[in-house]
Design a protein around this ligand. Structure first.
Ligand code: CAA
Length: 384
């Protein structure tokens, strides 16, 4: 196994790096203040084939591999983490779930519009009282004639307001635990679906996070994704890919914070020399660089396993766990290196710190990743 990127992967990385640093980064600080949704950035990503990266060309996508995808996503996160989370949910959970579990008609109908970025995708699993334990969700889908009628509330839906299509999970059999959950593709303008209040968040402020409220929302039966009872599996499989995406978001933000810290350390003078000359600071930088490199390798390893068709649940959880905790340490240290200036909005590191905070929470908390990892070791006797 080698982590040398191919020519094509390097080309994608360089193209996305140029786009993100030239177009997204200059607007990120202002966006954080105004909470303006990055529709312009996402449009550019769509035009370059980055909103359906792993969707095959026959459905309008780029047919890229997962390694290219995570490398691209990390570059977007480096410049604007709010844009990256929208890209991540859209590519890894929404497009891939339709690709994996959709009928031919569903793929033909939805994937081209998603892959071009014309329609944004959201994924609604979490509920007010079912976060880490989605098997206890209470949203219901009742089969009536040739349709399903959905009732319930979903919470913390990334892109809930701006998405044109949402994959929603709901109970079709309340007695069957996780096996009673099904998944549905729901278009935003479907009567009975309303968007609740947006969350006022600490970070990722330009990405919208909303409640979705379903009141007698009737959808055609052909919009069910997979069979009845497949919803939990569709969600968990989607989250496996999604979690490598969180590792990529973590890596991008960590690198941005690291670069800012190195630059500041090179310029800031105290005691008659730049602070980069002090061993205490140099060791901090050395530890930061080492942790970032470890996270990068874990992310690439999980993505490469996915590309090879191997079971990568363990590696995706480990990459997500390590990278998301790593970026919280890195951004805190980047502020420390900036001293008092790091605590102000004059420098970007305080935004990186706030943006990174949710990475140990969404798409499964660090505690849930440890449950997944330890279950695979003890229950499934998985070897490293
Ligand atoms: N791949 C395939 N199958 C899987 C799987 C995976 N990754 N994970 C679980 N399963 C299967 C199991 O094999 C099992 O199948 P059987 O019943 O046939 O044996 C079934 O699913 C149930 O699994 P568990 O017994 O492990 O279930 P559990 O209820 O004990 O624990 C959990 C499951 C790991 C805690 C899981 O519920 C979980 O990951 N929770 C966190 C949810 C989460 O990440 N939410 C984030 C939502 S999205 C978001 O954050 C917002 C956003 O838009 C960014």
């Amino acid at each position: 196994m080698s982590f040398k990127l191919t020519e094509e992967q390097l080309m994608i990385q360089s193209m996305v790096r140029d786009l993100a640093r030239n177009e997204f980064a200059p607007k990120a600080m202002e966006r954080d203040k105004t909470k303006e949704f990055p529709a312009d950035n996402l449009k550019m990503l769509g035009e370059l084939g980055l909103m359906g990266m792993m969707v095959p060309p026959e459905y309008g996508g780029s047919g890229a591999d997962s390694v290219s995808y995570v490398v691209a996503l990390a570059e977007v996160a480096y410049a604007c983490a709010s844009t990256a989370v929208v890209m991540s949910v859209h590519n890894s959970i929404v497009c891939e779930s339709i690709l994996r579990s959709g009928t031919e008609d569903q793929k033909k109908k939805y994937l081209p519009r998603l892959a071009s970025g014309e329609v944004l995708g959201a994924f609604a699993l979490t509920e007010p009282n079912a976060g880490s334990d989605p098997s206890r969700q209470t949203t219901k889908a009742v089969f009536e004639g040739d349709s399903y009628v959905i009732n319930g509330t979903k919470r913390f839906t990334t892109t809930g307001k701006n998405a044109g299509l949402v994959i929603v999970t709901a109970k079709t059999d309340e007695t069957a635990g996780h096996k009673g959950i099904s998944a549905f593709i729901i278009e935003r303008d479907t009567p009975g679906l309303t968007v609740g209040p947006l969350e006022d968040k600490m970070g990722l402020r330009a990405s919208d996070t909303a409640d979705l409220i379903f009141e007698d929302c009737r959808i055609p039966a052909e919009n069910r994704l997979g069979n009845e009872g497949d919803g939990f599996l569709i969600a968990m499989t989607g989250l496996d890919g999604g979690r490598i995406g969180i590792a990529a978001q973590s890596l991008g933000v960590a690198k941005a914070a690291f670069d800012a810290a190195v630059q500041y350390a090179r310029e800031r003078e105290q005691f008659g020399r730049t602070i980069s000359k002090f061993q205490g600071l140099r060791w901090m930088i050395a530890d930061m660089a080492t942790e970032i490199e470890a996270a990068r390798l874990m992310m690439l390893s999980a993505a490469e396993m996915k590309d090879n068709g191997e079971n990568y649940t363990l590696q995706a959880s480990m990459a997500k766990l390590f990278a998301s905790e790593m970026v919280n340490r890195i951004t805190a240290k980047a502020i420390q290196i900036h001293g008092g200036y790091g605590f102000t909005k004059e420098y970007p590191v305080e935004r990186y710190y706030r943006d990174a905070r949710v990475f140990t929470i969404y798409e499964g908390t660090s505690e849930i990743q440890r449950v997944v990892i330890s279950n695979l070791i003890f229950r499934d006797k998985r070897k490293l």
